[in-house]
Design a protein around this ligand. Sequence first.
Ligand code: COI
Length: 367
Amino acid sequence: MSTKTSSLSTFEVRRTDHPVPDTERAALLAAPKFGTVFTDHMARVTWTTADGWHDRRVEPYGPLSLDPACAVLHYAQEIFEGLKAYAHADGSVWTFRPTANAARFARSAQRLALPELSEADFVESLRALVEVDQAWVPRGEEMSLYLRPFMYASESFIGVRAAHEVEYLVIASPVGAYFTGGVRPVSIWVEREYHRAGPGGTGAAKCGGNYAASLLPQTVAYDHGCDQVCFLDARSATYLEELGGMNVMVVDADGTVRTPEVTGAILEGVTRSAVIRLLADAGHTVREAPVALADLLDGIRSGAVAEVFACGTAAVMTPIGRLVGDDFDVTVNGGQAGPVTMAIRTELTDIQYGRRPDRHGWMHRLV
Ligand code: COI
């Protein structure tokens, strides 16, 4: 491993002596399955109660060595984020609203009793890693370098309290479409028995525990032939919440768009708020209000609901073509992607890939 400190970065760069060879990397970048391929390096910062955040570095990607008593393995004190780096036609590399992710990461840290990482460290960790691994940013249609910042309790201690030692890392993974089969209408299992989050819980935090709670219902969804699961509110099992990894929106035939309000139980999506803004710009009335499942099903059957879609960093905007539950199975918009979904999706991705002006100042240049 050679050690070099970039004069532009507060992150010391320790380059791998064994980068993936160019031809092998090109083959990996051709059609990566979501979340399976990782770049040569990772960014990392260590925190202790005594020294705070220190030892900012970019180092070779590789396994972490964890003591069996490592706190995260027992009590799941962990949070994460998801962003993408996009290659523009002129060779520059950009990301989307990183300060919004930094702010959400800080809120998640607060909820999980983890130390807050500053916005400057968060954004610089992304920039430093992408600068070193810029050859891994894919250039193809719908492709990007998915960035996964995360933080976990690294202290070897099995007493139940907030850890005194924490690690923050960013790993990067070249990706295409999140769902296998590319951008296509997906089917959703609406889960009545299992809930993802409850009042006062961790639903608004992006923590691994929420995703762990979604895995069994996700399996139930697969068993019913569906791609994803949609959760209902834990109090009454009446209102839509979110898909676990994505927010959900409903387009009425009159052009009004409805999406569950952020109540503390659902994730405040960075894509969600951008989509709300683009919909409003396009003249749609957007209502952040409870969406009752019974009303949604009535609306789909009567034609009052025209489209339903999911949105998130990984999924971008994904049309929902079918909703299935224990006593219903309805097709949305004839199982086709709807025009509002696809128009806003095109506008959003055009901004992200630098194909149209960034009028809201959402894009942040990394390299
Ligand atoms: C994202 O959209 O970035 C997510 O975190 C969802 C999922 C891949 C966990």
